[in-house]
Design a protein around this ligand. Structure first.
Ligand SMILES: [Fe+2]
Length: 455
């Protein structure tokens, strides 16, 4: 894109930015006027510096952390040692190079055709202090690495917190740009919307598992330092003829604290973090009536106390509303089952990926429709936000249903990420940042008001 075109694009989109509150919503709906050409970015080669492993024959790599319990007093630290199990110990403490405590990891491997993973370590550390910087050390005397993270503040109704929102990243040069932009943001933890490595898109070798390792190293400069709250997408199913165990690489590599929310599966669970109650669902597991996921969700929604955690956020991979032609209607079955609950319990926002574009809806409902119908405004309904634009090898989804449906407030097929900045119990600021602009530039934004706590 030449400079003049870029400048014109920036000028036009700046005019279209919708800096509104929910009471002054963009009812007309905005489709960004920029028509991005169809293109595909190839995955970076396996010898790319972005996938570089740390020096040392068996040094810990692919380090990532996630919340380890229901309320943020625990963290799970995970890493892989490529050649031998090595040390299973995490040394940690609140001062750098002064590790007063230790905890041991579990170690496992998995095989996929002729591939055998490295030694996958998961270490659950409990009893952490809130809003505290912890330093941790992995490895042994020969090859050790040190990192740090900040625990979330204690759970409470008026606790501000900033979430980064990323989805469908893959491992292309666009992925790198998205990650580099996100690293410049104020995000304190990531809500990840599914589709991680896209290893399953490889034919030679089939479902190339080395791409899981590459991805783990690519994202490490964020995942080692802040919790990523994981959800699984279709590319995590990862089955093919001869490998029929669903989600095998994902479940081996990415733990979730499902047991602490009485879930029976790593794929659906909840966490409380600051003033948010986050429910993660699995779009590619059984969610039919009376299925384990359905039963769990029905109980889970009833447990949420909005006076403690005012912000109720649902995370999934496949969007329930989407005016892109890509994956159109794929969320209808889940919507038919769960939308009425989301309205009954006044879910604030629903986050999804899968469609490789950005879209924000108004608060709308299709409850009561026996088949396709026009959604109607509903003040108790969530805003549906689609952020499947992390930058993977499948490219952007550029074809939209026209005219833009009334439920769609803003849509644009550009790579990027989003930030949910919870200010207090009543207000949060949503912003979406396209990769073509600098990180501080906002492509779309909205002040979101809590559905339950009004003052
Ligand atoms: Fe997907």
């Amino acid at each position: 894109m030449g400079f003049s075109k870029l400048r014109l694009y920036s000028w036009v989109t700046a005019l279209l930015i919708c800096l509104s509150t929910e009471n002054l919503s963009c009812n007309a709906g905005i489709t960004s006027s920029y028509i991005r050409p169809d293109f595909f970015s190839s995955d970076l080669p396996l010898d790319s510096p972005y996938f570089a492993v740390p020096p040392g024959d068996n040094a810990p790599q692919q380090v990532h952390i996630t919340q380890g319990d229901s309320d943020g007093k625990a963290v799970t630290i995970s890493w892989i040692t490529p050649k031998a199990a090595g040390s299973s110990q995490v040394l940690y403490g609140t001062s750098p190079n002064a590790y007063t405590q230790s905890s041991n990891s579990t170690v496992s491997t998995y095989s996929y055709f002729t591939y055998t993973s490295g030694y996958i370590h998961h270490c659950l550390i409990k009893g952490l202090q809130p809003a505290t910087t912890y330093y941790y050390k992995l490895g042994d005397d020969t090859y050790s690495r040190e990192f740090s993270f900040v625990t979330p503040p204690g759970v409470g109704p008026n606790v501000p917190y900033t979430f980064g929102i990323l989805g469908d990243l893959g491992q292309t040069s666009d992925t790198v740009t998205t990650l580099q932009h996100y690293l410049k943001s104020q995000g304190q933890a990531v809500l990840y919307l599914g589709d991680l490595s896209y290893a399953d898109t490889y034919i030679f070798p089939l479902h190339d598992q080395r791409r899981w390792d590459a991805w783990g190293n690519l994202v490490e400069n964020s995942t080692a330092y802040q919790s990523w709250i994981w959800s699984a997408g279709n590319h995590e199913v990862d089955t093919t003829i001869g490998e029929d165990e669903p989600f095998k690489p994902f479940l081996n590599r990415y733990w979730t604290p499902y047991a602490s929310s009485a879930s029976t599966s790593q794929l659906w669970y909840s966490v409380q973090r600051a003033s948010a109650y986050i429910i993660v669902l699995s779009s590619y597991s059984d969610y039919s009536a009376d299925s384990p996921q359905w039963i769990w969700l029905e109980k889970e929604l009833a447990k949420v106390d909005r006076t403690t955690t005012p912000w109720l956020i649902v995370v999934m991979h496949c969007p329930l509303y989407n005016s892109n032609e890509s994956h159109q209607g794929e969320g209808d079955a889940m919507r038919a089952l769960f939308e009425q609950w989301f309205i009954q319990y006044k879910v604030d926002i629903v986050l999804a990926g899968h469609v490789h574009a950005y879209e924000r809806t108004n608060r709308i409902s299709s409850v009561g429709c026996s088949s396709a119908c026009t959604p109607v405004p509903n003040d108790s309904a969530p805003i549906y936000l689609n952020i499947g634009d992390g930058g993977n090898r499948e490219g952007l989804s550029t074809s939209y249903i026209n005219p833009q449906p009334a439920y769609s407030a803003y849509r644009e097929a550009s790579f990027g990420h989003a930030i949910l900045d919870i200010k207090n119990r009543t207000h949060a600021f949503w912003s979406w940042h396209r990769n073509q602009d600098g990180e501080p530039v906002i492509g779309d934004s909205l002040w979101i008001t809590n559905r339950v706590i009004k003052s």
